[in-house]
Design a protein around this ligand. Structure first.
Ligand SMILES: Nc1nc2c(c(=O)[nH]1)N[C@H]1C(S)=C(S)[C@@H](COP(=O)(O)O)O[C@H]1N2
Ligand SMILES: [Mo]
Length: 353
């Protein structure tokens, strides 16, 4: 945990990884280079000619599939919003030391690939199979444990038709940083489940107990707390900050009114049903308008709010509610890993006279 000053560890992470600049919320599908990026270890080197996806464990028939074989299978596309579970971490106090995201660890991509279900059907599963483990080619040491990047899903979740083994992002082959040659895409879930640089898929007859499943990505209140697993994305609305920024503070100045405040909102649990905007920092709220077109089912929903302010100082805030009735807290809710801090976005805005 850290106080005010950014630590060397956080700076190293922040300089390797990057967020989506919030003005890129203007695009329904995030251009590849503007999509957020998070890599725990190093981007692995892949010889695609030699690369095979191994499918093993509690299967009827073990298989190794080349990229050409996967590309020859029927493909599907899903437009999916993905957010890092650590988005909002840097606004927690004390700050958990990890990638210090403010609000920008999100993006939406058009993924193309093979439904995971089709690959599972090809290999068949044994009666005892309950979980599916995804192992990346990348590895390192984390929490003192040497490991490959691994995450598992319950079999029923893995078999959902929208879960993809993706080899394309926005119509181009996956770039190295986003998982070339093949990654998992699990619409609705936080980013960590979307395993990049897939090496193998293993059917298990028991829950996976590896580091990224049973230690990291859990809502823990202290180091001894086992905690609940982090799974799907909680609702969140973000706005394109209005006007122009001051270089260092990034506070905003608006010269022309009315202002069309625009943004996008998403939830991994249920459709977004409303977005509210406040111009007094969250004291009072008004309903924003959701875009008519709800868009693809796993993608964020656009919204807008027409604002006609007098000159003065404002704090513009936004919040989303999904069809479960879940909203966003006014203030951060702390946990050891700094996950899922969906406290509302607030932007200081000066409306010039
Ligand atoms: N193999 C592997 N997969 C991974 C990761 C990783 O470090 N290694 N990072 C995960 C995390 S924490 C996130 S938030 C997403 C980020 O995906 P992106 O960089 O394509 O946006 O990838 C996930 N998949
Ligand atoms: Mo993440």
């Amino acid at each position: 945990m850290a106080g005010d000053g950014i630590t060397r560890e956080e700076l190293q992470l922040a300089a390797r990884n990057h967020g989506m600049p919030l003005e890129a919320l203007r695009y329904p599908v995030t251009p590849v280079g503007l999509h957020y990026l998070l890599v725990h270890y190093d981007i692995p080197e892949v010889d695609v000619e030699a690369w095979r996806l191994r499918v093993d464990g509690e299967v009827q028939l073990e298989r190794s599939l080349s990229l050409d074989e996967l590309r020859a299978m029927p493909s599907t596309e899903v437009v999916s919003t993905m957010e890092c579970a650590g988005n909002g971490r840097a606004r927690l106090e004390p700050r958990p030391v990890s990638q210090p995201w403010l609000l920008e660890a999100v993006g939406t991509a058009r993924w193309r690939g093979v439904a995971l279900l089709s690959v599972l059907e090809r290999v068949g599963w044994r009666r005892g199979a309950t979980h599916v483990l995804f192992t990346g080619l990348d590895g390192g040491i984390e929490g003192g444990i040497e490991q490959r990047y691994q995450r598992a899903l319950p079999l029923a979740e893995a078999m959902r038709p929208e879960v993809l083994l993706a080899y394309e992002m926005n119509g181009v082959p996956l770039p190295p940083q986003h998982g070339f040659p093949l990654r998992l895409v699990t619409p609705g879930w936080y980013g960590m489940t979307n395993v990049k640089w897939l090496d193998s898929i293993t059917l298990l007859d028991a829950p996976f107990e590896g580091y990224q499943q049973s230690h990291a990505y859990r809502f823990r209140l202290d180091e001894d707390d086992e905690g609940m697993p982090v799974t799907r994305m909680q609702p969140r609305a973000l706005m394109v900050p209005p006007g122009v920024p001051e270089f260092l503070s990034r506070d905003r100045t608006v010269h022309e009114t009315p202002v069309a405040v625009r943004g996008r909102a998403w939830s991994g649990w249920a459709p977004i049903v409303s977005v509210d905007v406040s111009v007094d920092g969250g004291g009072t709220w008004s309903a924003a308008e959701l875009d008519d077109d709800a868009g693809p089912p796993w993608a964020w929903r656009g919204w807008s709010f027409e604002w006609s302010p007098e000159p003065g100082e404002y704090v513009v805030a936004c919040r989303a509610t999904d069809a479960r009735g879940t909203g966003q807290p006014a203030e951060p809710v702390w946990n050891v890993g700094g996950y899922s801090n969906t406290a509302v976005q607030r932007v200081a805005v000066t409306v010039a006279g």
